[in-house]
Design a protein around this ligand. Structure first.
Ligand code: NAD
Length: 371
């Protein structure tokens, strides 16, 4: 059986490749080695030699058709991610690339057995909340005016009282930023075209995924890499808002086990699953954990800034995938230890965050509270 992994030179993709090889699958990777993940445009050393590598772009029909020849299963993990204001690039890469894969399969009548799409928890926007008086609510994003006041919590749209964040299940998506919109559109293309043309498709919505190989160069997202690289330079982690934002975190090794399960299980066909962690931590608690693991006594900086487009709290409800036989095995602390051990062995780890911060400010993504 031959498996194509788009974005297989990246973080989740390369770990997926490793597990596929371990399980005896033949693997092909299609990856355009995009900066900032691959700044030197070189195939990363961690990609094993027995993987067939195609340097190509999911937006290019010729590259996609070449990559699909003789393929049984596809993990579609190539994506443009981040916070910057090049909105169209999110759509061209994430949605255009997904549509092109289905187009090539349908046009050429390729006997692909299944496509597993790596989507994101971000499709929920602010997710699910409970108002003590009005019950379950799926709030709209916070306005710029609210954020500029430093008023962080979501309020009930009816009574304006603060609400309690709840684990969000798969039933309702409400993307709030360009990345999330592009991920949700990807899902719609994949599931709609998959069902219509009988190409089994599974959508996996990953929570914040952590672990070795998460590139330092992309300092726009990835809380562990940002905090760890700052602390490696004895610089304080920078916390947006007030640090009380709640998140769940999942280990990349657990994510790839879910990937293979989705590929091998018939029950998963045409389903959407959250792949998340079992520990919920605030951003401040997470910064403290990373500092402790690194043995650093550095107090985080809370400069009164926020990223416009960030959600306040988001926690995935993972009961659906648990019924399929998966659950996260690795603690947040174990993951931080493993990542930091790996980071310390890397030849050069600059403070890439400083540049990312500058760009986010220039583009008006990172904003300050009005005093
Ligand atoms: N890492 C996370 O926390 C997380 C969370 C939720 C969802 N996801 C999703 O999981 C998938 C994998 O994410 P990751 O963290 O491994 O990302 P990554 O940036 O480490 O890897 C993505 C890979 O895709 C390649 N790529 C980008 N654009 C391409 C294009 N046009 N054509 C071909 N290759 C291209 C890049 O070169 C890179 O190797 C993505 O779809 C992402 O949206 C990731």
């Amino acid at each position: 059986m031959k498996v194509l992994v788009t974005g297989g030179a990246g973080f989740i993709g390369s770990h997926t490749v490793d597990l596929l090889l371990e399980k005896g699958y033949e693997v092909r990777v299609l990856d355009s080695l995009e900066p900032p993940v691959h700044p030197d445009k070189e195939k990363p050393d961690y990609l094993p030699d027995d993987v067939e590598f195609i340097l190509g772009d999911v937006r290019n029909k010729g590259d996609v058709e070449k990559a699909l020849q003789g393929i049984d299963y596809i993990f579609h993990l190539a994506a443009y991610q981040g916070y910057l204001i090049d909105f169209s690039k999110f759509a061209f890469t994430n949605d255009g690339g997904t549509a092109l894969i289905y187009e090539a399969i349908v046009e050429k009548k390729l006997p692909v057995k299944k496509i597993i799409l790596g989507s994101s928890q971000s499709v929920y926007g602010e997710g699910k909340y409970r108002c003590a008086r009005h019950g379950i609510r799926y709030p709209f994003p916070r306005s710029l005016e609210q954020l500029e006041r430093g008023d962080w919590e979501l309020k009930c749209p009816t009574c304006q009282q603060p609400m309690q964040p709840l684990p969000t299940d798969e039933s309702r998506a409400s993307p709030h930023n360009q990345y999330a919109v592009s991920k949700y559109c990807q899902e719609l293309y994949a599931l709609t075209l998959g069902k219509r043309f009988g190409i089994p498709t599974v959508v996996l919505r990953y929570s914040i995924t952590q672990g070795p190989r998460q590139s330092f160069y992309n300092a726009y997202s990835g809380i562990l890499r940002i905090f760890a690289t700052r602390l490696l330079h004895n610089l304080p982690p920078i916390i947006y808002e007030d640090g009380e934002q709640l998140r769940d975190y999942v280990y990349v090794g657990d994510v790839v086990v879910a990937n293979i399960l989705a590929m091998e299980s018939e029950t998963a066909n045409y389903e959407v699953y959250n792949i998340g962690g079992s520990e919920i931590l605030s951003v401040s608690e997470y910064a403290k954990l990373v500092s402790n693991v690194m043995g650093k006594n550095v107090t985080p900086r809370v400069p009164g800034e926020f990223r416009f487009g960030d959600v306040r709290h988001i926690i995935s409800d993972i009961s659906k995938i648990k019924k399929l036989g998966w659950q996260p095995q690795t603690s947040v602390e174990q993951v931080a230890r493993e990542y930091i051990d790996w980071a310390r062995k890397q030849p050069e780890v600059s403070d890439y965050y400083a540049e990312a911060e500058k760009v986010m400010k220039q583009e008006g993504v990172l904003k300050a509270v009005r005093s």
